[in-house]
Design a protein around this ligand. Structure first.
Ligand SMILES: [Zn+2]
Length: 103
């Protein structure tokens, strides 16, 4: 019980910390429009396509990990699992070495 609660709280705190570094919040109308445009232009996950898999993208990722850089060349469509893997790699040095499978 305790462990699960604290893990949820922990990830909520981290999510908030991540939001602060973004140029546009994820719930911002401009970001949503930008995200829609990227997914419309390129509806398939870019990493899966490169690996020869066809999988629909559902998230828009910042290629260089810099969330304040919303230039088109820095935005790529990814599926949930590619994005989770990339985020886990990037967050690895941020006090969270544990992996979160399924997220
Ligand atoms: Zn993918």
């Amino acid at each position: 019980m305790h462990q699960k609660d604290s893990r949820q709280w922990d990830s909520a705190v981290r999510a908030r910390a991540r939001q602060k570094t973004r140029a546009l919040a994820t719930n911002d109308a401009r970001w949503r429009a930008l995200r829609e445009r990227v997914l419309q232009d390129e509806p398939l996950c870019r990493q899966c396509t490169q690996a020869g898999r066809l999988r629909a993208a559902s998230v828009v990722d910042h290629v260089n990990g810099n969330a304040t850089d919303n230039s088109p060349s820095n935005l790529q469509p990814l599926c949930i699992s590619c994005h989770a893997a990339k985020t886990a790699r990037e967050d690895g040095g941020f006090g969270n070495p544990t992996r979160r499978p399924g997220r």
